[in-house]
Ligand binder design. Sequence first.
Ligand code: RBF
Length: 230
Amino acid sequence: MSEAIKNHPAPKEFDGSSLRIAIVHSRWNKSVIDALVAGAVRKIKEAKVQEHNIVIQSVPGSFELPLACQRYAPIPFSSRNYSYPHSMIAGSHVQAGATATDLLGGPIGTPRSGTPIHGLGSASIMSSANTQKRPFDAVIAIGVLIKGATMHFEYISESVSQALMRVQLDTSVPVIFGVLTALNEEQALYRAGIGSPDKGHNHGEDWGSAAVEMASRVRKWSEGNFLNES
Ligand code: RBF
């Protein structure tokens, strides 16, 4: 397909000041993950989502993303018999001020120091006392799968993409597909905006914008607002 047709559509502007967004990311291929998470957070903040309403959680690999996203997405109102799912408030998670490295390994509440992700600001850990219990309006699943010598790439890519779609349809919470499926490291770096010599484009930024847009739209739709708007 010609590059004139295949492009990154310019994101529409939405006011995210009342939204709550979760980012769940895997830890494989960390330098690429860090750039993508930083890009997503940058765009979410630009849309005025408040820092305390951005929650970041890491999981070991991409295969673990769907279950984590399912726990961060609220159970549909029709199936709830309690006000908020226990999973949303009991899990340990970290606010956007923390670095991705802080999320690795150490118990939550005692973060390890690490290289800050550019643009994320100073570290701040969410304690159970100030954890907000409001449901998330969107969840972004970020992973980086790089094709290797075995069939893992194919099995994980296929099952994760199918499962993430299932989570969003089962919960009616937008799940943004932020899983890069790259044939080699060069492709992955380029799609995170850290390639060389040409940096490429940081797709994490698109995912941040998509999360704000879909969260805003789904909120309108759930209020019965289906007005014309392209
Ligand atoms: N997880 C990723 O997020 N990206 C990868 O590129 C990746 N490659 C893997 C290759 C192999 C051979 C294996 C065994 C696992 C890989 N994983 C990868 C981890 C996977 O998503 C998952 O975390 C583990 O299989 C544990 O369920």
